[in-house]
Unconditional design. Structure first.
Length: 456
């Protein structure tokens, strides 16, 4: 039965694909040199995996070596807009947060934000990949038309909308620059009211494309770097306007990963933002990737797990050698360009990640241990006060992991608040947003962050 499902899966998702050096947009190359030798202790393929590789033909590689060609072939196709596609040749000479390019997008962004705005600017800036190599990021800065009447200069809310996608056209800034009807990501529309709310309170809003230029869905290191560099970029873009502004970061679900990562990586990656970034709020948060991967595997959430695993290889190509022929065909198929509302239905059949791997027990393998270690930020101390909230009935993401992280940060001396809010994953966003918004507003007005950490 599993063998038949594998064939059906291939037939349903994959067309004729050729993988070569020209299959993706201009990119300086894989962020690491992928190995071709399995890590010690790696289990051999299962009988099903052997059958898949004997039945599904290998990809017709051309140009580069096999793994580099596969890596290039699974990247998101170009959007057609150089702002998102083109990799500047002098990235290494720029400093993180340095403006590389800017474009006024007020005309296309204004109809989407429901509040009169002064301007909307698409920023392209130097950032850093998940593995430490020079990269770039994009974000949209929106400034409301109303004058700021609160204390100090206009504060800025950095809102990580949940992109949850593999295609580069699915990002928030692409939507703001091209309009909602040009290759839309309908997931973004659900969270746009949070942008309206912030603008209506007089805050400037930054919308970072936190998956990075390679669209590494749910990779926290690239997300944290882009978030922090977007703050630097805004301060660099108009120093006279935002040099003395307070910033906060916030996000829910996929966006929560980015907000949380910014807080956890600030001390080591952006210590210059101390006292500038004054708080981070995250709801419906993933902190333990190992736990969530095992929960999703083979269940209705498996489509998201498979999408995330594929996206991770874009920043961590060392994973590619553990992908079987079926996984290679699917990852280089049109699946690589889907938006966030499309990967969920892929899990209806409940395919386990094993069906795309060429090793036994892939989620408990040495490469999985290495990856889970790189994705785990819980050993860091947040550089800013935290507000964490989670739906008490969330069956997608376990509340226990978020509670554990909260207690650990309390133990490190971080001022923190945790809220168990009514509802599951979607309702939890709605029920948790009002108090989170109040918490963010207090930080942006300069009120010291409260702490509800238990006494030790």
């Amino acid at each position: 039965m599993k063998a038949l499902l594998a064939v059906a899966f291939t037939a349903a998702l994959v067309g004729c694909t050729s993988v070569g050096a020209g299959a993706a947009h201009a990119d300086p190359g894989a962020p690491t040199n992928p190995s071709t030798q399995p890590m010690p202790g790696t289990a051999g393929p299962t009988p099903l995996q052997q059958w898949i590789d004997n039945t599904v033909p290998a990809l017709p590689y051309t140009g580069d070596d096999q793994l580099t060609a596969l890596w290039r072939g699974e990247l998101s196709p170009p959007t057609g807009d150089p702002m998102f596609d083109a990799w500047p040749s002098d990235l290494a000479a720029a400093h993180p947060g340095q403006i590389l390019e800017a474009r006024d997008v007020t005309a296309t962004a204004a109809p989407l934000v429901a509040v009169p705005i002064q301007r909307a600017v698409l920023l392209k800036f130097r950032s850093t990949s998940a593995t430490g190599t020079p990269s770039f990021g994009t974000a949209t800065l929106i400034v409301p038309a109303a004058k700021w009447t609160g204390p100090g200069t206009r504060p800025v809310q950095v809102n990580a909308l949940p992109i949850n996608s593999l295609g580069a056209h699915c990002t928030t800034s692409y939507t703001m620059a091209h309009g909602v009807f040009d290759k839309p990501n309908t997931d973004l529309a659900v969270f746009l009211p949070t942008v309206w709310s912030a603008l209506g309170q007089g805050y400037a809003v930054v919308l970072p494309d936190h998956e990075g230029p390679r669209m590494a869905y749910a990779e926290p290191n690239i997300a944290g770097h882009v978030m922090l560099d977007s703050i630097r970029a805004v301060r660099n873009s108009t120093p006279s306007e935002f040099t003395d502004s307070r910033f906060t970061v916030n996000g829910y679900s996929g966006g929560a990963i980015a907000a949380y990562a910014a807080a956890m990586l600030m001390n080591e990656y952006a210590p210059d933002l101390k006292d500038i970034l004054v708080g981070a709020a995250a709801g419906g948060l993933v902190t333990d990737y190992r736990d969530v991967a095992h929960r999703f595997n083979g269940n209705i959430e498996s489509g998201i797990l498979l999408s995330v695993a594929m996206a991770m290889t874009r920043e961590h190509p060392e994973m590619l050698q553990y992908m079987n022929h079926l996984g290679e065909w699917v990852s280089t198929s049109p699946i690589k360009d889907i938006c966030g509302d499309a990967d969920g239905p892929l899990g209806v059949a409940g395919f386990p990640v094993d069906i795309a791997a060429n090793i036994g027990n892939p989620l408990d393998s040495p490469i999985a241990d290495e990856m889970f270690g790189q994705l785990d930020l819980t050993n860091r101390k947040s550089g800013v006060p935290l507000y964490i909230y989670h739906g008490g009935l969330d069956w997608w993401l376990p509340i226990e992991d978020a509670e554990k992280m909260y207690r650990e940060q309390c133990g490190k001396g971080v001022p923190a608040v945790f809220r168990n809010v009514p509802g599951e994953h979607i309702i939890g966003f709605l029920t948790g947003y009002p108090e989170m918004n109040d918490w963010l507003s207090a930080r942006l007005h300069g009120v010291p962050a409260p702490s509800e950490c238990p006494a030790h």
